[in-house]
Design a protein around this ligand. Sequence first.
Ligand code: AAL
Length: 427
Amino acid sequence: MIYRLAFIGSMVSLTMAIVFADEGGQAFPYEMPAERPNQPLSAAMERAYNNYSALRPEENELYTQFKFTRLEGFDYNGGDGTVSRRDPSKVIFENGQYYVWYTYRHTERDPVSRRNAHLATETIPSADWDLAEIWYATSKDGFTWKEQGVAVPRPPSPNVGCRSVCTPDILKWKGKFYLYYQGYRVANGLEGDDCPIAVSYADAPDGPWTALYQEVIPNGTPGEWDQYSIHDPYPLVHDGKIYLYYKVDLDKRPELMTPKVRMQGLATADNPFGPFVKHPLNPILNSGHETTLFPFKEGLAAFAIKDGMEHSTIQYASDWVNFEIASIVDLMPVAAGPYVSDAFTNTDYGSGITWGISHFVNAGNDWERDYSILARSDCDLSLEVHDREMKRHFHQYGPEHYFEHGLSGKQRQRVEKQAYAETQSEK
Ligand code: AAL
């Protein structure tokens, strides 16, 4: 029997060798050809040649590492959960300095959590972004910041945002400034994370800001993907128009394993106060949590952060709508608000980005005193910078980093039960 199997085995390898020789037998060359070689390729190698702008990450202008730096100038009250800063806008440069706007919460105690939203009061927050205002800070170098105070306070009830205004982003349009942000009327968690987008405007980045008191980008109609939430508004100027990207929580069906899906859409307008016309192909990004986009060459690059099938990718759309994966990256900054020098210049050839402000949620690693901090991240996604170190394609993490992501108690039980069952069945 053993001999018979050995004989069949050698016949199979002989046949394979003949077939291989018949097909020309050309092995893939040791030196990777710059152009797709004229020979059959596997699906993976077809992708390597067809889907990316370069064959190696270090030659891919949309590939980068991210390097993080703690910011100077922000106080968090010892990290007791009463002060939080999160969801920064993109960074802009005006009056010889950088500006960033963000969600600022300073409450008498830490949030009771969205799950316990019924315990929230007029002064006790449910979520980290409940009972928040929009504040701003300026900096000369992007590392040390001076907090300047409130830009957009909560408006009086029942205006949009009377419970909380948060997650702002900035637009400069025809010499004036516009802050778009999420506006809540009830404590976060009572009605999910549902909200529309509101806007305030000013003649200068230091304000004073005037609220429009309108839902400038309304939610979709019942049954539409964005019927409940429009989050993370992110305006840019393209083709002489305002291109505002946003994120939506959708498909929240309790019977599904993950409680919701996150995708991104586009709405365009000729006027900062609207009407905003939602793109007929929305959603235009199938993944990502917060919105981070920047003009790149003739098109637009986007981060898909944290959520979805294509999380941890940087994507590119030459027409600003139809995105393809341009690279897969590690340690992506969360809620990144990059410094986009050509965000509002109506550029037809974007130069890319090298740094920005992002956030870390649950900064104290303790949900009982939940708060977030702002941080800086640097990268090389710029046509002008060539930082070889940023193009390395692995991060070295110590063992503790991995062990911190260990099995939960429930998982450990399942695994041990399975092992026990296996050892018993051996007996
Ligand atoms: C963030 C953003 C939006 C959400 C919440 C606050 O990271 O996606 O702003 O509503 O979380």
